[in-house]
Each structure stands twice: as structure tokens, then as C-alpha cells.
Design a protein around this ligand. Structure first.
Ligand SMILES: [Zn+2]
Ligand SMILES: [Zn+2]
Length: 259
């Protein structure tokens, strides 16, 4: 991918490899803008994220790599922040960085993308779960705190799919994303999961294109050998919906580049 904005570091406790290994993997596959957006600290689910006292360390790793490799690649500093009312920390929301990705990983207290809690899907009204999920994405966009929507339809990860049209279920969320002038990532980590397709789905990407919402690309790598996987698929997918440009962020300012 020419642009790849959502990648992790070992500070989140469920990724491996050094920052330099990720950056070198990105250079090897021709990436021009490579961003880290590790799971931001919060006082909830702390074992899956960096601690507050590791923020400076995280940022120093990214800044050092950015200087070390600046002739070959632009390395960007971001955070993936959980949209979880009551737990979003101003320290992160006002941090000086390149961008913030807003992600919904929790419906109330349920970490629905965590295989540990997959049992909770059983017996639920899946359409209703989708309504609640996209309601949270809508509120996330309305909060105005974030630049990029993380994995827009993550709820499909384990192949629990709605019976209702996904475009209708997501409509209000997409309207809010458009109004907030956010970008939606094409996140290829879904190819590595049971759903075996990118986030968002083809139907949703058509709808996103209809709304003229900008897109960007993400490996969402948790290991350096996941960097740049599915580049051809991701870019062909975006082109199929009519996109020829994608977004990068520098100091929270969006700039569009051809891919
Ligand atoms: Zn993660
Ligand atoms: Zn995520």
C-alpha cells in the first residue's frame, strides 16, 4: 500500500516485533506513508493496550524511526482510540500527533471482537446488535474527536451477519461520518479473520463512495509480516468503487494523494 495508517507495536501486549521491523517491511513493499496507531491507553481493558506511563516511550520510538528512515518513507504517529463513553482520556484526545482513529470495540461492556467473548452472540438478536453497534459509530463521529473511522463494520468479524440490509443499518452512521468530515479506512485485517474480507464490505464501500467520504488504507498489522499483505486487493477494491485518491494526515491535517 502506498498509504498504510493503522499499525500496532508490542506496547499493546498483543502485537510483536520492533517498530523498525514494521517500517522496514513497509519500505520493502513500496509504502510512502506508514503510520502507527497503537491502542491508546485507557482505564478499561488495560491488558490489551499501552499504559499511560508508556505514551512517551511509544512516541519516542515512532519519532526516532521517522528520523532514521525519512529518506525512504514518511512515518506517522497516530493512536487508535476506543470510542467508549466515560473512558476516553483528554490526554490522548488532545495529544499532538498526526491523527486519531476512532474505533468501536465495545458494546457496553462487551468486547465483541474478542474471541474470548464470542459466546455472547448466541441467542442475541443480531440485527439489534448491529443497530446498537452503528449507533455507537454514529455517536463516535458526532463527538468530533477523531479523524478516521477504524474498521467500520468490525461487528461482522465472526460472520454473525444481519438479516436487514447493512446499508440501512449503517445509514445514519455514514451520514454522521460525512458531516464530521472524517475518513474511512479500508482495513484489510478482516482478510485474516473468519469473515475473510476487508472492512468495510463491498456494499458499504459503494455507499461510502456515494456519500463521497474519503478513504485511506490500513494493514492493522500486529506483526511485521502482516504489513502490506493484501495491498493489491485493497487498492483494486477502492478503485472498483471509483476511488483514485486516499487520505493521509500530518499534524491532524488531511491531505489527499493518488494511489
Ligand atoms: Zn489490536
Ligand atoms: Zn481496532
Amino acid at each position: 500500500m502506498k498509504v498504510d495508517l493503522h499499525n500496532h507495536t508490542l506496547l499493546c501486549n498483543h502485537a510483536t516485533g520492533s517498530v523498525n521491523e514494521y517500517v522496514e517491511a513497509a519500505i520493502a513493499c513500496g509504502t510512502e506513508f506508514f503510520g502507527f496507531a497503537d491502542h491508546a491507553p485507557m482505564h478499561y481493558d488495560p491488558s490489551y493496550r499501552m499504559r499511560f506511563d508508556q505514551i512517551d516511550l511509544y512516541e519516542s520510538w515512532i519519532r526516532e524511526a521517522s528520523q532514521q528512515y525519512h529518506k525512504q518513507i514518511t512515518v506517522l504517529l497516530g493512536y487508535e482510540v476506543d470510542y467508549l463513553p466515560g473512558y476516553m482520556d483528554d490526554l490522548i484526545l488532545h495529544r499532538s500527533c498526526d491523527y486519531l482513529i476512532g474505533s468501536v470495540h465495545f458494546i457496553d461492556d462487551w468486547g465483541f471482537d474478542n474471541p474470548e467473548f464470542i459466546g455472547r452472540y448466541a441467542g442475541m438478536d443480531i440485527d439489534d446488535v448491529y443497530r446498537r453497534y452503528f449507533g455507537l459509530v454514529e455517536a463516535m463521529a458526532e463527538s468530533g474527536k477523531f479523524d478516521i473511522v477504524g474498521h467500520l463494520d468490525l461487528l461482522k468479524v465472526f460472520k454473525y451477519l444481519p438479516t436487514k440490509d447493512i446499508r440501512l443499518l449503517a445509514k445514519d452512521a455514514l451520514k454522521a461520518v460525512k458531516k464530521a468530515d472524517m475518513t474511512i479506512e479500508i482495513n484489510v485485517s478482516g482478510y485474516r479473520k473468519p469473515i475473510a474480507e476487508a472492512y468495510p464490505s463491498p456494499l458499504l464501500l459503494e455507499e461510502i463512495a456515494e456519500f463521497q467520504i474519503p478513504i485511506t488504507f490500513s494493514s492493522d498489522a500486529h506483526r511485521s509480516d502482516q504489513v502490506g499483505l493484501y495491498t493489491a486487493e485493497a487498492e483494486a477494491f477502492a478503485r472498483s468503487a471509483g476511488y483514485t485518491e486516499c487520505a493521509v494526515y500530518l499534524g491532524r491535517d488531511r491531505k489527499m494523494i493518488k494511489f
